[in-house]
Ligand binder design. Structure first.
Ligand code: C2E
Ligand code: CA
Ligand code: CA
Length: 648
């Protein structure tokens, strides 16, 4: 006898959901990073989705083929299992939406209580539903599971409303992207759930998987596969790069670059959470200025705001509002925090994002005083200054990467130094220039860049090698004591730099003492013990040290004395002041005397005219360096200042 079954359910929607969730799980297994906050919710949510769909399909399968598979107890168990897994899914979604706000995330206890209550209500509902209805029996018209579906759809509706409400009431602590997604997706899900209830009673079609799988998919797309920062809701540096690639050179781009600084932070045990919270609060407030302001968080403490407008006045207005946001953020934090904001139009000549980033970095580095905040509007000259800087940096990096000790972009000059004792030139100082095309860049410009970009050591090695070559070529024919080279403060306090310098000198046959090294006082600050050790090592090998620019630093003389310096180079400012001021003159006289008494050699720099020369001679300096005696010139020409050796 064939019996007509009324309830035959169509579950194509569930199959679709299963396929999507399966694919997502696969992608997630291979995606990185896995330890983000978002990932966990989405990952477990996806697994739960797969389980729930499988269980649901099995329920429908039994309902569609009751005569073969129906067993009251097993069927009940299937229903229970589904309801529990579904609850898990709702929790995942609810937590996910709520926890996206870091403020909420801290209220864990409240959440636990809420979950407790929700669970009780839900489970109670389940028990009542199953016990009271008694509907899941095999009837003559098949199995009616509509009641059960209606029940959990209602739970889904409640959860959606909760999520919507949580986002609405938490508007200011959730990011724009979350707000937009929740506001767009929640009504859609609600409609789907209601449609499910209605359609089910008419057409027996089930597609509830399509109300939760897409939620996880969306979350995954927005926050995991896409560059939204999960904490701040701002996009990250990849997104900024993509944005720049797309727009650079095609339209006007106004940028407000924000760098947060923490004055004296090394002395503070600061509350990182507090900082993050404030950073986030600032992000939110910047976002709410206007839809035209797009915020990118490019590192822990750097933000780039793109202001999408063509009008300069509008840009200025937004830039000022952004400043206002950070001013407000400053006052709310328990730790001192400052900002450097650089705003302006991105120059048309910038064709790559990297250049752009370096430009803003370059400008922000100009503000050295971290004890106050800075707001700066870019000027046209900044671009040309930067371009020079940029080219220098690139050339230096290239020089470092090739490390050709004969690189001809490093040009070595030398300035002979007059020895009062012998009345002749016996030493010279090597001074470096950088050749960029046909431009010659002075050291005052490129040495600081080399120091900041970590390329200074390569420069020193090349200079040293070139100086060694010249010494080798002239030492048999000319009578001189040494040529000194400048070593940057940063290098001498590095662990292996001195050994590399020593190896270069050792490649040559001449006596090591023909090379001397000049180090400024500031070097002593960086890492005194290491610097001192390294100097002692080289000193034992016969290399003399000059204390350069004496009188410009602030280091304690006592410490300086611990280092193996032989010669003190008095900075020209000391000389000029002493000529003007009697008290300075007294101090100078006294210092020269003390140094000499303690066995130091004294040298004065910057002697430009007769009166300065006279002063230097009268005060008993051992050596005099300055334009008055000789100017720096390409090092190959310096030999003419030395006496020829007579034996040839
Ligand atoms: P410095 O070590 O104090 O070098 C002396 C500077 O004073 C040189 O400038 C020299 O040309 C200049 N000078 C010489 N005589 C006079 C004078 O009578 N009056 C005046 N006003 N200046 C005079 P230069 O060559 O432009 O070098 C500037 C600075 O750049 C150097 O100051 C040194 O600190 C740094 N520097 C140069 N070459 C190198 C290098 O290879 N490595 C490192 N680390 N620093 C270098
Ligand atoms: Ca020097
Ligand atoms: Ca000097």
């Amino acid at each position: 006898m064939t019996r007509e079954i009324f309830f035959h359910y169509n579950y194509i929607g569930e199959i679709a959901g299963l396929i999507i969730a399966g694919l997502m799980l696969l992608i997630m297994l291979y995606s990185k990073p896995k330890d983000t906050f978002v990932y966990k919710y989405i990952f477990y949510g996806t697994i739960l989705s797969i389980v729930s769909i499988l269980v649901h399909i099995s329920i429908i399968f039994v309902a569609n083929n009751p005569e073969n598979y129906y067993n009251k107890y097993i069927f009940m168990a299937q229903l229970m299992l589904f309801l529990i897994v579904y609850m898990g899914i709702l929790y995942c979604i609810f937590s996910y939406v709520n926890m996206m706000s870091i403020v909420r995330r801290k209220q864990r206890k409240e959440f636990l209580i809420m979950y407790g209550i929700m669970t009780l209500v839900y489970l109670l509902g389940v028990v009542i539903e199953i016990a009271a209805s008694g509907l899941y029996k095999l009837g003559i018209e098949g199995i009616d599971i509509r009641h059960f579906t209606r029940y959990y759809c209602c739970a889904g509706i409640v959860c959606t409303i909760f999520c919507f409400n949580a986002t609405l009431s938490n508007k200011n602590s959730v990011s724009r992207v979350i707000k937009h997604s929740v506001f767009a997706i929640a009504p859609l899900i609600l409609t789907l759930l209601i449609a499910q209830i209605v359609i089910l009673s008419r057409f027996n079609t089930i597609f509830t998987a399509l109300t939760y799988v897409p939620v996880f998919l969306l979350g995954y797309m927005l926050f995991h596969s896409n560059p939204y920062d999960e904490v701040t809701g701002a996009q990250g540096s990849h997104a900024l790069n993509a944005y720049m690639h797309k727009n650079l050179g095609k339209r006007k781009i106004y940028v407000s670059y924000v760098k947060l600084t923490y004055p004296g932070v090394e002395n503070l045990v600061y509350d990182r959470d507090d900082l993050i919270l404030k950073g986030i609060a600032a992000c939110r407030s910047v976002e709410s200025i206007s839809n035209k302001v797009k915020i990118f968080r490019v590192s822990e403490d750097k933000y780039v705001n793109i202001i999408e407008t063509d009008k300069e006045s509008e840009f200025l207005n937004f830039a000022n509002q952004i400043r206002g946001v950070f001013d407000a953020a400053k006052t709310e934090v328990s730790i001192p925090i400052n900002y450097i904001i650089v705003s302006g139009k991105v120059d048309e000549s910038f064709d790559e994002p990297l250049k752009c980033r370096q430009f803003y970095e370059y400008i922000s580095r100009k503000f050295k005083d971290l004890n106050s905040s800075h707001f700066y509007l870019v000027k046209p000259t900044d671009y040309s200054d930067f371009m020079e800087d940029y080219e220098i940096t690139k050339a230096l990096e290239d020089i470092r990467n090739r490390l050709d000790l004969d690189d001809d972009r490093i040009v070595v000059y030398a300035q002979p130094i007059y020895s009062v004792d012998t009345g002749s030139f016996r030493v010279a100082e090597a001074l470096t220039r950088l050749k960029l095309g046909d431009k010659i860049i002075n050291p005052d410009k490129f040495i600081p860049i080399a120091e900041n970009s970590g390329t200074i050591h390569a420069v020193t090695c090349i200079v040293l090698n070139k100086v060694c070559r010249v010494i080798e070529s002239i030492e048999n024919y000319y009578d001189f004591d040494a040529i000194s080279i400048n070593v940057s403060s940063k290098e001498i306090s590095q662990n292996n730099a001195h050994i590399e310098l020593f190896e270069i000198i050792n490649n040559y046959e001449f006596d090591t003492s023909k090379i001397r090294l000049e180090i400024t006082e500031s070097a002593m600050f960086e890492n005194f013990d290491v610097a001192n050790e390294n100097m002692k090592f080289l000193s034992r090998a016969g290399i003399q040290f000059y204390l350069d620019d004496f009188g410009t630093g602030y280091s304690s003389l006592e410490r300086v004395m611990e280092c193996p310096f032989r010669t003190i180079k008095f900075d020209k400012t000391l000389l000029y002041k002493s000529l003007d001021d009697n008290r300075m003159d007294d101090i100078m006289t006294y210092m020269i005397e003390v140094f000499k008494k303690n066995g130091f050699v004294t040298l004065v720099e910057g002697v430009e005219d007769e009166s300065q020369s006279q002063y230097s001679l009268e005060h008993g300096f051992d050596y005099i360096q300055g334009y008055h005696y000789a100017k720096p010139e390409p090092i190959e020409g310096v030999k003419k200042y030395f006496n020829r050796k007579t034996k040839f």
